[in-house]
Design a protein around this ligand. Structure first.
Ligand code: PLP
Length: 348
């Protein structure tokens, strides 16, 4: 257990002093009553989006809370998880003084956000098995380390980190451990959302961009303690999740069977693609995946990447990432798209 953990000592001083901005819609949110709203300088003629959206996205949070077994007060929604991650930096990391820990090869946004926020990014490479190097991470942490990013399942490697490794980090780091679960719905591993009551320093992010098929509406989700969420609420832009996004997200999240069905199709296709990749002569290694993509080592990634492009198939060349020399990352597409990829690979 984290013994000396205190959320209030972690928060930046300027944020600590702030009160959340109170928007017109915060003060009078009871749309159901027959009231006349002349408070927000909106155009009164109803076209479905003439009013400001609910700044706290209550309906959507209520549904998510029910599905995930958490309280509404433990959820913050953002314009993609990228916004949620940025809020974490801005709430907890003092620019030019404090630092974060990331574990390459991993999602590129942590580094971009660190640079944007002038926060030092201390990198500790994953092990050869793509697991967190726990001892080295604990040795790298200093009194200015605020956030530790664990992407599990990890992008671009596709594996989920071992529970015991994550536990050790949660138990021994007094900053926030941010587990990015963008791909959790493709995995058999349990989400860490269920562990929030055991770890006051745990933050879990998810997104509607991958399994839920809604990258275009931009909706990211942050699950954490009520205390952490209330800190983030102080600094979030009041109307960061627009009305159309809230409506579309609500429909999709309510339709669990539809989403599950698509996930199952993608998982089936992942097996098909994996089996086909084994038959491609220049594919040297296929990494096990808990996500909707497969990372594979090939003989010459730059060359194969270009050859695939010439055949009209765009994949991701991950060769510049540490431990990922000569790797390509293949997103699982529709059966037809995957067949095109497989045919192209076999022609090379
Ligand atoms: C795709 C992805 C996201 C999604 O970000 P959004 O801003 O929600 O679209 C987050 N984390 C990782 C690791 C990803 O690969």
């Amino acid at each position: 257990m984290v013994t000396s953990f205190n959320i209030y000592t972690l928060v930046r001083e300027n944020v600590q002093r702030m009160k959340p901005y109170s928007s017109a819609r915060d003060e009078f949110k009871d749309f159901k009553k027959d009231m006349v709203f002349l408070d927000a300088n909106e155009n009164p003629f109803n076209n479905g989006v003439n009013r400001y959206p609910d700044p706290q996205q209550y309906s959507l949070k209520e549904l998510l809370a029910k599905q995930k077994g958490v309280e509404v007060s433990q959820i913050l929604l953002g314009n993609g998880s990228d916004e949620v991650l940025d809020l974490l930096f801005r709430a907890f990391c003092e620019p030019k003084k404090e630092n974060i820990i990331t574990l390459p090869p991993t999602y590129g946004m942590y580094k971009v956000l660190a640079e944007t926020n002038a926060v030092q990014n201390n990198e500790v490479l994953l092990t050869d098995e793509f697991e967190p190097n726990v001892d080295k991470i604990l040795n790298t942490i200093d009194e200015n380390s605020k956030l530790l990013f664990l992407c599990s399942p990890n992008n671009p490697t596709g594996n989920s980190f071992k529970v015991e490794n994550i536990k050790k980090l949660l138990e021994n780091f007094n900053g926030l451990v941010v587990i990015d679960e963008a791909y959790i719905d493709f995995s058999n591993e349990e989400s860490w959302v269920g562990q929030l009551r055991n770890y006051p320093n745990l933050v879990v992010t998810q997104t509607l961009s991958k399994a839920y098929g809604m990258a275009g509406i931009r909706l990211g989700i942050c699950y954490a303690s009520e205390e952490i969420i209330s800190v983030l609420n102080k600094i979030k832009p009041p109307y960061n999740v627009n009305e159309l996004t809230q409506q579309r997200a609500l429909e999709r999240v309510a339709n669990e069977d539809f989403v599950k069905n698509e996930i199952n199709q993608i998982l089936k296709e992942r097996t098909v693609l994996c089996d086909s990749l084994r038959e491609v002569s220049f594919v040297e290694k296929i990494y096990a995946s808990d996500a909707n993509f497969i990372l594979a080592k090939v003989d010459d990634a730059n060359k194969r990447y270009k050859e695939l492009l010439d055949k009209g198939v765009v994949v991701r060349n991950r060769s510049t990432q540490p431990l990922c020399e000569n790797t390509l990352r293949f997103t699982i597409g529709t059966p037809e798209e995957n067949q095109k990829l497989i045919a192209a690979l076999k022609e090379l």
